[in-house]
Design a protein. Structure first.
Lengths: 99, 267
């Protein structure tokens, strides 16, 4: 990641953003709890959920560039065009990756 | 502070949105041709859409002191049928000389298919033939990284000046290759996908203020036509000065879009 040019100090970043991101973390926790309570439990095997679970450790692995690395984790890394577009939407995680 | 929203789909927005944007300082918008949320049943649907972009919207915007410009194309979501796409492309030249048309856009890829790529290449050639600027749509979510690479390859193969192409919807994993290749980069501020205002300012802090802009891409889906001024608030609360806001939302759009002689939002 290039050198930061954020004008804020570390304590200022925490003061400004901590509560907002505490709330987002709780949203993820509650989403996973909701998934556990939902039937059928096989939904936990959904590629999107598996990708999310694979992404979470990147938050605390001590390395920077987390947003870029998570986006790359959930990306299609093939290089050739697909033969045809069978849908117009996207999932948010690559269905062909074994997360 | 005056600003330009260089990517917004005003055909999907209410007149109240024009009023609110004007109150927030918007002086000009540029509107790329894109998907309407459904597939149009005939090329005639696009003919009417191009009339809306070149006749109706400029008048609606002018009532609020906003200059309206547009881009024309067949969008990648409706480009899977090459025959249909070519019929739409055949309509474009008769609109290109209308006073608010900036160039070809938003062309690009959606699912990174062979047919989408063929139509992208043909529209790049259309822009080249008419010496027009290009605005590029990059795919959503898991398809963005691959699609951005395929699009940049197509643009390079066509021998275009990258300084006349803006690649939109960049995020943390695509912004660097786009800028390193000499293209302009756009960041779209969406509540659930693409960039939040916070992440957009992070990207500016990390990758610099040159050849980059922010836009709302406000349309018929979850989006906010005031996300550009909201991002300005994010810059200010971090301590960035008015110079950065002016650079990203006024000077950069003026520099890129000003390569089209008809772009004169300041009169």
């Amino acid at each position: 990641m290039p050198a930061s040019t954020c004008p804020l100090t570390g304590p200022q970043v925490v003061d400004l953003y901590f509560l907002e991101h505490r709330a987002k973390l709780l949203d993820i926790a509650a989403f996973l709890d909701r998934l556990d309570r939902a039937a059928p439990p096989a939904a936990a095997g959904d590629v999107r959920v598996r990708a999310l679970r694979r992404a979470i450790p990147l938050l605390v692995d001590g390395t920077g560039d987390r947003a870029r690395r998570i986006l790359e984790l959930v990306s299609d890394h093939t290089t050739e065009p697909v033969p045809a577009a069978h849908t117009q939407g996207a999932l948010g995680a690559d269905p062909a990756t074994a997360y | 502070m005056p600003y330009i929203d260089p990517h917004i789909h005003m055909v999907s927005r209410t007149t109240d949105d024009y009023a609110r944007m004007a109150e927030a300082g918007c002086i000009a918008v540029t509107e790329p041709a894109f998907w309407a949320g459904f597939d149009r049943s005939s090329p005639a649907g696009f003919f009417d859409y191009f009339r809306q972009l070149t006749e109706t919207e400029p008048k609606r915007a002018a009532r609020y002191g906003i200059a309206h410009y547009c881009w024309l194309c067949i969008n990648p979501k409706e480009a899977e049928d090459p025959g249909f796409a070519r019929e739409v492309m055949a309509l474009i030249p008769e609109f290109l000389d209308r006073p608010n048309v900036l160039g070809i856009g938003e062309i690009g890829l959606n699912k990174n298919s062979r047919n989408e790529l063929v139509i992208l290449e043909e529209q790049i050639e259309l822009a080249k033939r008419h010496d027009r600027l290009i605005l590029v749509h990059t795919p959503h979510l898991e398809d963005k990284l691959k699609g951005t690479r395929l699009i940049m390859d197509a643009l390079k193969n066509a021998g275009l000046d990258p300084g006349r192409v803006l690649i939109d919807h960049v995020e943390e994993h695509t912004v660097k290759p786009v800028l390193d290749a000499g293209f302009w980069a756009g960041m779209t501020l969406y509540p659930d996908s693409k960039c939040t205002p916070q992440r957009a300012v992070d990207i500016i802090e990390c990758y610099g203020r040159e050849r980059i802009w922010i836009n709302s891409a406000g349309d018929w889906g979850p989006s906010d036509p005031l996300s550009v001024p909201r991002c300005h608030v994010e810059m200010r609360r971090r301590g960035h000065g008015a110079d950065l806001i002016a650079k990203i939302s006024l000077e950069n759009p003026l520099e890129f879009l000003g390569q089209c002689p008809s772009f004169k939002p300041l009169g």
